[in-house]
Design a protein around this ligand. Structure first.
Ligand code: SF4
Length: 505
C-alpha cells in the first residue's frame, strides 16, 4: 500500500529504450521511493500537483482528468478490492482547498518518457529555463517565487503539443455543422434516439429503424462496442444510417484506441459526412464477454479526446503538429452521469468536458428526477448551462427484469424503489410494457418542462419501435430543421456563438 495514493494497479512502466547503468540505477531508486509514497507507475508525465498529490495512474483506466461513470464512494468499478482513485483525489483536493486545480486539462502520456527517471529531468528543465524559481526568493520574494514555481510546474506537466488549461474555448465557427446542432440552435425541444448496432453484417436493420425514426428524431446514436462487447462498428453503423436519410451521432470510445486511431477514425467519419461525434472514455474490458482483452488499453480519456478533436477542427492541426488542408466538421458531444459521484464533483468533470470542447451532453438514463435536478443545479452554479446543450437520457423499461438489471448492473444508473415496485407489480409481459411506457411518459412530462435542458435522448435499445409512440403521446415536437444549408467554407472564427438563455430558475 502506498502512503498517499491507492496501491499500483499494474506494475510500473518500463522505458522504451535502455538507459546507461547509473541512470537505470537512479530510475530504480526513484521508482521505489515514488512507489512507496504515491503508488507511482513511472509514467514519466507526473501531474501530482494537479491531483492533490494522489497518482491518477493508479486508476485502472489510467484516467488523468476525472472519474468514470461507474465510480462509487466504496470501490473502483474495475477492481472492487480497491478504492476509486478519483474519489480519493476529489476528497483530498476538497480538504486541501485545491478543487479548482482539478479543472486543468491534463495531457495524455508521452510514451517516450515512460519508465525513465524524472527527478534529474526536472533539474535539467529548471536549469534550461533559467527563469526560476530561485530558492532565495522563497524567503524574501514569496509572490515572485510562487509565480515562477507555478510557471515551472506548468511547463513540466503541459508539453508544447498539448498546452492544456482550465478555461472555456468556444467553437471557432458560426454556421451549424450538423442538423442536430441546427435544431438545437432553434431553441425547440430536440429528441434523439439510440439504435443498437447489429450483431451481424446486415444493413437492413439499421435502414428500417432509421427510416422509422426519421420523422420523430433529429439524430440517432450508435454505440461503440458498449460494455466492451463487439457489434458492428459505430462508424459503419453511422454511415448506413446516414445513407438511410437520418443523421447519426457516432459514439467513439477511448478504450481500445490509441490517439492515432481516434484522430484517424474521427477524420474518416468527417470525410463520410458524419458530423456528430460523441466522445466517451468507455467501459473497461472487465465488463465484456470472455475471453476479455488484456487490461490497460486506455491511451486517452473522453476529455483528452474532446480537447484533441476540438483543436483539430478549430486549429486545423493534428496532435503531432501536421496541418490539415481541409478541416473536419464535427459537432462534438459527450455523456454525463448525474447519478455517479456527488453533484459537485460531477459538475467539475462536466466543466472540464465543456471547456475541452463538448457542445452537447447526453446523460445517463434518468429515473430519479430529484437527484437529476441536483446535478443540473450544480452545473448551473458553475455557469455551465448556457455553454452546452443538455439532452436528458430516458430508457423506457420493458420488463421488471430490465429494471433490476439496470439498477444493479449498469454503472452510474439508479432507479427509485417506487419505479422498481411498479414494474414488479405490473403483471404479465404486456402489462409490464404498458407500465414501462407510463413511467417513461411521466418522466418526459417532467423533463420537457425543466429549465436548462435542450432535449431528450431516448435509449430504447432493441425496442426502437416504441420511440414514435413516446414522441406522439408526450407531444414532443418533431425536428424543426430537416435540411442543412451547406456552410460556405471550412469553420470560420467566431467572436461569440449565438446562444439561448438556459439558466435554471
Ligand atoms: S472507478 Fe473508474 S475512475 Fe475510479 S479508479 Fe476505477 S476505473 Fe478509475
Amino acid at each position: 500500500m502506498s502512503i498517499f495514493s491507492p496501491r499500483r494497479y499494474q506494475p510500473a512502466f518500463r522505458p522504451m529504450h535502455r538507459d546507461s547503468l547509473p541512470i537505470r540505477a537512479f530510475a530504480s531508486f526513484e521508482a521505489f521511493a515514488k512507489g512507496v509514497f504515491f503508488g507511482c507507475r513511472m509514467c514519466g508525465n507526473c501531474i501530482l500537483q494537479e491531483t492533490a498529490f494522489v497518482c491518477p495512474m493508479t486508476c485502472p483506466k489510467g484516467l488523468r482528468n476525472g472519474l468514470c461513470g461507474g465510480a462509487t464512494p466504496d470501490h473502483c468499478e474495475v477492481d472492487p478490492s480497491r478504492p476509486c482513485t478519483w474519489y480519493v483525489i476529489y476528497d483530498r483536493a476538497e480538504k486541501l482547498g485545491r478543487l479548482d486545480t482539478l479543472l486543468e486539462i491534463n495531457a495524455p502520456i508521452d510514451g517516450s518518457r515512460t519508465g525513465h527517471e524524472q527527478w534529474l529531468d526536472m533539474i535539467r528543465v529548471w536549469r534550461k529555463r533559467g527563469e526560476g524559481p530561485h530558492p532565495a526568493d522563497f524567503l524574501f520574494k514569496r509572490d515572485k517565487f510562487k509565480r515562477e514555481w507555478d510557471a515551472y510546474f506548468y511547463a513540466l506537466r503541459q508539453p508544447d503539443w498539448w498546452q492544456g488549461d482550465s478555461v472555456y474555448h468556444p467553437p471557432a465557427y458560426t454556421e451549424p455543422i450538423s442538423l442536430l446542432e441546427a435544431n438545437l440552435r432553434t431553441g425547440a425541444f430536440v429528441t434523439t434516439a439510440e439504435i443498437a448496432p447489429p450483431l451481424d453484417a446486415s444493413r437492413e436493420g439499421i435502414y428500417k429503424k432509421a427510416s422509422m425514426l426519421k420523422p420523430y428524431v433529429s439524430a440517432a446514436n450508435f454505440t461503440d462496442n458498449a460494455s466492451a462487447t463487439v457489434r458492428m462498428s459505430s462508424i459503419a453503423s453511422s454511415k448506413i444510417c446516414l445513407d438511410a436519410g437520418l443523421e447519426p451521432v457516432m459514439q467513439i470510445q477511448a478504450r481500445d484506441r490509441s490517439r492515432i486511431v481516434v484522430e484517424s477514425d474521427a477524420v474518416g467519419a468527417a470525410g463520410m459526412d458524419i458530423r456528430n461525434i460523441l466522445c466517451l472514455s468507455g467501459d473497461h474490458h472487465r465488463f465484456g464477454l470472455s475471453p476479455i482483452a488484456k487490461p490497460d488499453q486506455f491511451d486517452l480519456d473522453a476529455i483528452q479526446m474532446l480537447w484533441m478533436l476540438r483543436r483539430i477542427r478549430d486549429e486545423g492541426k493534428y496532435l503531432d503538429g501536421r496541418k490539415l488542408k481541409t478541416r473536419p466538421q464535427w459537432f462534438l458531444g459527450t455523456a454525463a452521469s448525474p447519478f455517479g459521484a456527488p453533484p459537485m464533483f460531477e459538475a467539475i468533470r462536466a466543466e472540464k468536458k465543456i471547456n475541452a470542447g463538448a457542445q452537447f451532453i447526453q446523460t445517463q438514463p434518468i429515473f430519479d428526477y430529484d437527484r437529476f435536478t441536483d446535478w443540473l443545479e450544480a452545473l448551473d452554479k458553475r455557469n455551465l448551462l448556457d455553454r452546452v446543450y443538455i439532452l436528458a437520457g430516458l430508457v423506457p423499461l420493458k420488463s421488471a427484469r430490465a429494471a433490476h438489471f439496470m439498477d444493479e448492473e449498469v454503472p452510474g444508473v439508479v432507479l427509485t424503489p417506487e419505479i422498481i415496485k411498479r414494474m414488479d407489480n405490473a403483471g404479465d409481459k404486456e402489462a409490464m410494457q404498458q407500465e414501462g411506457v407510463a413511467i417513461a411518459l411521466e418522466l418526459i412530462e417532467r423533463i420537457k418542462n425543466t429549465p436548462g435542458l435542450s432535449g431528450m435522448h431516448i435509449m430504447a435499445v432493441h425496442w426502437e419501435s416504441i420511440v414514435p409512440r413516446l414522441v406522439e403521446e408526450a407531444g414532443l415536437p418533431r425536428p424543426v430543421i430537416q435540411e442543412l444549408a451547406e456552410p460556405a467554407s471550412a469553420p470560420v472564427m467566431a467572436e461569440e456563438r449565438p446562444r439561448r438563455a438556459t439558466h435554471m430558475a
